[in-house]
Design a protein around this ligand. Sequence first.
Ligand code: PDD
Length: 290
Amino acid sequence: MKYERFILWNGKMLDTTNEQPHIDLEERGLQFGDGVYEVIRVYKGTLHLLDPHITRLYRSMEEMELTLSLSKAELIASLYELLAKNQFQEDGIIYLQISRGVQPRVHTFSFDATPTIYAYIRKKERPALWIEYGIRAITEPDVRWLRCDIKSLNLIPNVLASTKAERKGCKEALLVRNGIVTEGSHSNFFLVKNGTLYTHPANHLILNGIVRQYIISLAHTLHIPLQEESFRVHDVYKADECFFTGTTFEVMPLTHLDGTAIQNGQVGPITKLLQKTFMQSFSTSSVFWS
Ligand code: PDD
């Protein structure tokens, strides 16, 4: 299954049935992973939580000293155009990537390269059964660099951890650095203990997920106490409830960690309440371009 027909390619809408994008061998995204990206959820043709994704993208670029001539408003307009051009009305994701551009291969970057920017849409159904019944995860050492707050293209530790999880029949790897639970390989992590939600603080050790931020705001609205505080693996086993959050995961219950059930593998009431409230954020909106 391929991505949708029209793609955004360096400021143009490319029809991939007639034309394929050409990537130079010395594109720095390809050679150094010198770039940033976002994965944005599309529910029934509507972009979900777009503004915070774009804000985080520009922050990531700033931290990488990557300058784009396109304004946030122009970028947003081209994503809407991408949806409209593909007449996309289903559930999917937009993958958006901006990399440094083409330069002769040396480690030092110069500021005169033009960034490469592309975006495409891919159909993706909601993982409804996993959301309802929960998933299993393994623990893995968090061996990533110390700027996990930047959504950069360098994902090898995440890729290896995720693959290891899958080989063990699990859907996620929970990363642990110096005994502290940081986040998942492609998601954030929360636990509930005595009615309070806990999640790792948004510092350089985790990506400040857009769904994470949204769940924190929902917790405030629903008067669920929340602490951005670090915790250890044994706290996870003793938790009343646990879940991952992410653009494709939504609010994903964790039922078993390294083969051991957490609270008999049942999905807890606070998790269910947050799932229900999260779903309301996209099930009530209408298709923007009709
Ligand atoms: N990943 N932490 C990491 C390491 C992630 O890669 C992601 C998302 C998250 C959750 O962020 P958000 O709520 O903004 O999706 C946390 C995306 C989906 C990916 O790389 O495919």
